[in-house]
Each structure stands twice: as C-alpha cells, then as structure tokens.
Design a binder for this molecule. Sequence first.
Ligand code: MRU
Length: 336
Amino acid sequence: MTLIAIAWDDDAGRDGRGAVRLLDQTLLPGTTAYREIVTTDELVVAIAELAVRGAPALGVAGALGVVLAMDEGAREGWDDARVQAAVDRVRHARPTAVNLAWGVDQVRPLMGRGRDAVLVAARRVATEDEAANRELSRLGADWLLARIDRPRLRVLTHCNTGSLACVGYGTALGVIRAAHEAGRRPSVWVGETRPVLQGARLTAWELQRLGIPCTLVADSMAAALMAAGEVDAVIVGADRIAANGDVANKIGTYGLAVLARHHGLPFYVAAPRSTFDRDTPDGSAIPVERRDAEEVAVVGGRRLAPEGVAVENRAFDVTPAGLVTAYVSEDGVTRP
Ligand code: MRU
C-alpha cells in the first residue's frame, strides 16, 4: 500500500552497482512508472521536472545523489573536482527546499570513507525521515484531536505532503493519516494547487488509496469554505522554516494562512527537523524558485493563455511566523 517515492535499488543500474529508483510523479495519477537514475545529470533533470519532489524526498535525493556522483566518477574516470562539481549540481538543483542541500550535506563528509559508507548513510537519511514523519504525525494528530472537538475533523490542506513527498508516510498528510488511523474519521478539503496541481493529481490520489474521505476544490474556493464554517483547521507542510519561524511552502500557502487568521481558524505547519533552517534568519533570506512560464500558460498540454503574454511563476511563498498557530515536528508541537 505504501508508496516509495525514492530509494536505492541494488539490483538496478548499468554496471550492477545499483541505481536510484524513483516513482515518476509527473505521470501520476494516470500512470505508475519508475525512473531508473544512474547519472547525476539524470537526477538533476528528475528534480527539476518534479518527477521527485517534496522537501523530505528531495533530502533523500540529495543524499543518494552523492552516491551517484561517486559511481559515475569511478565509471567515467573523473577527478575529485569533477565529482564534487556533480555533487554541487545536485545540491543546487532546486533552491527553496532546504532538505535537498541538507541531504547532500548529511553524507558528503563521508566521501573519504568510500562509496559504500556513503550509501549506508544515504539509506539512513531515508529510514530516519520515515521514522520522523511517523512520529511527528502521531504527535500532531494527538494534539489536533485534543483541541478540535468534533466528531469529524474537517481539514484543508495544500500541495502534496504525503508518502510521495517523503519516503513513506507524510508530514501534513501524515498528521491527517494518523488521525484517520486513530479512528477519528477526518475529512479533507484538497486544494488543487495550481499551477502543476500536486493537490489534484497527487494528494487526492493518495487519500483515495488510503480510504480517507476527501473533496477536491479549486484553490480560490478556500475563502468561501472557511466563511461557510466548513473548515476546522488548515494544515500544510514546509520547504524551509527560517530561524524566526517564517515558512516557505508551495505558492498559495501564505494566502491560506491569511484566510485562516481572518476566520479565526488554526493554521498548522508540519515538517521534520531537517526542514528547520537555523542558518536562514528569516523569510526574506529564503530563495524562492521561479519556474517555467509554460507551467502557468499551458494546462494539461494545451496552451490556454495567449502566446507571448508575460507570466510570473513563483513556486513558493513565505508565510510570516505570526500567522502560524503551531509547528509540528518529531520533537513535538511548538508555538512560533
Ligand atoms: O514543488 P513541490 O511539489 O516540491 O512543493 C512541495 C511542497 O510545497 C510541500 O508542501 C513541501 O515540500 C512539504 S512536503 C512534505
């Protein structure tokens, strides 16, 4: 039942040394297909195309990318500088989710001990991420259910923060999943998450597979749902949480936080420790990824906007800490 977004496969690869196997999220939900990745360039492309995405999964991609660079270097006869340059390309493949650089940095210091030591450490990044997700989900669900006294919890979420965004469980979706597993029958408003529809394509699919009742809504419907009293809480994930508590997450998150405050609703952010970045003082220092105009102008392969129109495509926004009711991590639930 559990989807593994990314893992090292010992039996794959051209030279029997293994390969990164990732579920191609660009094809979901219509097609379940895997990409076998043997070069750092292929990994950088997969990250840029969002074949693998979501902050925790990107952390694993970063760590496994170091193994790929070492294997590729050995195969191609690269010197150390070239191997390090390949690692850097992976580290910078997307700028906002701190987990990607964090994942690289977890294993890079071990390169001197050899590729097998790096692989063991990279696999540990994956197993520890799943354990952290499960723990934060349990803590978050307990906390939420103790505070919202309704027979059915109605949660609104954004983007995809489930198994697909992590290694095997989820963060914000993990909290919802843990509430469901605790028998509290949550129901979920799933924001479609324009422009590339991680909510509609991925979250709705994951929730269906888990048997958790969900309803897909256009992003622009959130205000009306809240005004009608049909939302009890908003819960989202994060790509980077700055030292002051400002939160970078999928574009549209900030708007939901403003709406939640206006309607007196709690706004929760669920993320593992690896997403908290003490080196970034506040949200203004978080690099926000700008993506291709086509993602906005073209929908489902069909151009809807006129040729030549200017398009702005910011992939993330920053929610000020003051709008966050609480953060949920494997360390517990904390206030800003
Ligand atoms: O562009 P994406 O799909 O990588 O964006 C993902 C998100 O914004 C998620 O909410 C975030 O990474 C948390 S995933 C647990």
